[in-house]
Design a protein around this ligand. Sequence first.
Ligand code: ADP
Ligand code: ZN
Length: 719
Amino acid sequence: MSVHPNLENALKHHFGYDSFRSPQREIIVEALENRDLLVIMPTGGGKSLCFQLPALMKEGLTVVVSPLIALMQDQVDGLRKNGIPATFLNSSVSPHKVRMREQAILAGKVKLLYVAPERLLSERFLPLLDLVHHQIGISAFAIDEAHCVSEWGHDFRPEYRQMISLRQRYPNVPIWALTATATERVRLDIIKQLGLKQPNVHIASFNRQNLYYEVRPKKKNSYVELLGLIQDNEGSGIIYCLTRKKVEELAFKLQHDKISALPYHAGLSDVERSENQTKFIRDDARIIVATIAFGMGINKPDVRFVVHYDISRNLESYYQESGRAGRDGESSRCMLFLSYSDVKTIEWLIDQKSNEQEQMIAKHQLRQMIDYAEGTDCRRAIQLSYFGERFTGNCGNCDNCNNPKPVEDWTIEAMKFLSCVARCKQRFGMKHIIDVLRGSKTQKVLSKGHDKLSTYGIGKDRTLDEWRMLGRSLLHQGLLEQTTDGYAVLKLNAFSLEVMKKQRSVSVVVPAKEKVAWKGRSEKAEQADILFQKLRELRKQLADAQSVPPYVIFGDSTLRLMTQMKPKTKQEFSQLAGVGSHKLTQYGDKFIAVIKAYLQEQSPQKQKYADQKGDISYTELQTFELHKEGLSIKEIAQQRNLRSTTITRHLSDLIEKDKPVDLNLLVTTDKQKKIIQVLDILGDISLTPIKEYLGDDYSFDEIRLVRGKWRKKTNKVKK
Ligand code: ADP
Ligand code: ZN
């Protein structure tokens, strides 16, 4: 077997990357040996490179079959930005352009041709393909989204079935089939339907280590949580909702809260949909709120978060949809909000299916999805086990690993709950049982005379949510049952009786008491963000000028590297991962200029800072300068691109360090007095108990600022 030491060089030269991801290298080596291949890699795994690099290294034209027109355009745009001669032919291309492109192909000027299956196999196209084959050679057929060939897959395309004729017509041209989803059955089907000859099968791990998975209960204020998430995180995000109506509502609310968000669902006109999609891809809109109609054919690599505001129907869809985050390998978040009323909606939808078999499968899949959402094990382990991949767990990058939920003994509560089910003669659902336990005087409780039961009101010490949580947990642990006729009547089983006789104890996983706050970024990171923003702006300008999405100029990871390495010469710039020879010449100077300007801007201020002898940091100084100009905390935060709590912290530290910050502008004197009094009593303890003492009229920011003054005073006394 050949070693191909020049593969790394070719990778750097054409794509600017330094190393291959597993298992790209093996695949490419085999591709260069003219073998048939079946490649299964998760979204974002880097499938395209597996055929693009060999295409460049081999003689002749590589024909890429892709069912998604939008994707074709994207891939070709991306390749051209790397100076790679690629083109595409599909129904969106005018006849005139088609002819020009065909000529370029026959003149040997194109290395990669993207084409839709129906065109490839048309009467008109095949003769052209024959000509290419004889005159310049076809180096390979790459079949993207190869699962479309199988009826067992989730988006079967009949046109893919005709592809076998490629093998018959060009028996010696290798065929490379690639897909992100393929069960065993679909795999075999792909091999058969495409007529692959002893293909090497490569299955990459489906673990996407850069994605942080998290599930939160959906509550009344979840919208605020969502808004916070969007405000605290940078970059693009997708928010999935179950219905068009919810999409519309949420997009509207976000717009109202000054978030650039657009809706996407099947109810919009084609024009509107594609406009919104383009705006999202080009970073003209930050957020897309969508039904699951959105996503197929989008390969925006820099989606930083995917939120499922409503639960998915099954784990496979969840994996694919959430997997649209972080295709570029940069860390990204996937969050799911779990609400049982959404589950009910999906159940209702499933009940509308006429086929009973389908209904059963769908319900089973939904159950698995709920188990994932309620699960207390590593999220990644649950997902991967679903795909038959063993993962030992403890990934360190999901909520359950980072923040394990405590388990409590709720045997007594379980006994109360189950005996209440028994007293109500196993004829009622969860809500009614809880009403009885909590001593509610609902119409139903009174009319059934359930206020006379011995279990009436014995559960007042627990909240409605707590009882619900217990009820669900009993159901999941199989200690209680529920009818599936739509009424969800609770029924006891043998295990319930064991619990009631205290022969079996019951543990439930309770939500962690203290919500771990969204990890704030360090100040150093926020500083780096200023340069990052400037580089993003330049990228956006260049992209707009060429009508391409920004990420085809440079990915986020490459911009991040620029902020870290701050290259000042072309030589330094060329070292960055993501900078190939073509992009170096095209954009190097422009980006270097921005970096240099940034560095210069920094230095005089730094000088000034050095002149101010004293113990304040550079970033505090910047805040201080703006405060002296009379800007409010909010304005300073905006201007500096920092959060207002950070600014408050600066100001409070400045006050403590005896710098002339005008506290009276920030907190009324009355409030100052009161806060000082409380601090005198409680001392320098953490802010939360101080705030509890002062009540809701006082904000953390106000307390923090006055504490600066108080500390200054007490420090002086100490000295
Ligand atoms: P897929 O088609 O498997 O979903 P892509 O081929 O679109 O994935 O690749 C996803 C992202 O990873 C792209 O932004 C691509 O440029 C990047 N990528 C691929 N291979 C490498 C590599 N070896 N090093 C760095 N980035 C890579
Ligand atoms: Zn984990």
